[in-house]
Design a protein around this ligand. Sequence first.
Ligand SMILES: [Ca+2]
Ligand SMILES: [Ca+2]
Ligand SMILES: [Zn+2]
Length: 471
Amino acid sequence: MKSNMLKKVVVGTTLTMTMSVAVASTDIPYNVLSQSMSSVAYANEEISVEKVSLDQNELNLKAGAPMPLTATISPKDATVKEVEWISSDETVAKVEMINERPTIIAGKPGDATITVKTIDGGKTATAKVHVTNSIDVSGDGLLTKDDLKIILKNQNSHEGDHRWGKAQKADINDDKKVNHSDIQMMQDKLASYKGEFLYKRVVFIGIDGAGNAVKDPQANAKNIQKLISEGAGTYEAKAMLPTISAQNWGSMFHGVVPSKHQLTNAIVGKNPYPEKNPYPSYMKMLKQERPMLQQASFTTWSPINKGIIEDSAGAFKVNGRNDETTTQKAVDYIKTKGQNTRNIFVHLDEVDGAGHSNGYYTPKFYEQVQKADQQVGQIVQALEEEGLMDDTLIILTADHGGTLNGSHGGSSPEEQTVFWAAKGQSIKPGTELSNEVEVVDTAAVIARALRLDIPKNWDAEIPKGLFQDKK
Ligand SMILES: [Ca+2]
Ligand SMILES: [Ca+2]
Ligand SMILES: [Zn+2]
């Protein structure tokens, strides 16, 4: 399948190299020409494409996984920027436009080469794609005994035999046969989670700028207080420094301190998080490990969906623009798709807005905290109505607080102290967490609950005493 990546861009404001040649050959003084230049004259003078490159040249993908590719054409101001995408085997890997970006969709196991070719000049770059089966053999986004059962049922099959068509999805170690090695691999995977409660989804609600105001009577945060009393919490958790949104949401999603993920408000508003990076988000890791997994992100502050959660996370992304709409969209989604969704993020932003306008920890700020609490209540009610509470882990926190005069970014206690709370079957009601909890730890908690291996390079850790599983 061929798709065009970029619209044609016509250069129309600067004189080009070819232009100056034209000037010399026709003997017209430069200043005269530049003032009387017609658009026709510009259109005739094209800047040729010299080169095209891709951000990723070698990819290992699980069957069904999405992976955006970024093609860069040089020179940057080349006139014709259109490209086409060609796959050597579309059953293994094809390119589709998703979120307006060319995206590889991995197909069946095997190898394919994706080539990007410029329309002007026919310049090319390639990406080699190796596709293997996901360990989520059952395709429900979870790692359970069901996955092991399917492998057991399909053992003693190999490439080419009459059963292979159906059995090959159980070949999780990519050696073209289903045998004891695949069984062992899945058993080892499940053994590391033995005795731990099987959560079927995580609902993570983030309240921007809320600090630890939910503890104060003025906030009247009944719904959040109830969740904390039924689960675990601390009002003395720490935000990352600087106490700014992108740095902190970035740490919660990517599991590392801001100096490592390097996200800032300016960056997340502009660019997608680079796919070639040592610190992928837990959402990306989940989707890349288990491509059939469904997840969603509802944000009032859209840069989280643009610049923090990668498109390779394959998440259903909604930008609500205000907290009421964000909440409503999340509630609608829970009611229609919550059952089979493994990961839902909801971001409320108006508490931070009230803090900036009126000062944090002021009466108007508390009023907004109370509204956010009611929105949390609506989300919890939707989960209850759909019968999803028993196998959902709910996490609540804030990215930072703020000062009485309406700012944040510094290291004062009002800016850095936040609440952190979680409720789920493997959490004992009334668990008090220590003040060692940091917002970055959120990533580790979500990963563990969904049985995603916590990367060794993460700073995130599971708060001590949070989970009460039998070992
Ligand atoms: Ca599964
Ligand atoms: Ca195998
Ligand atoms: Zn703010």
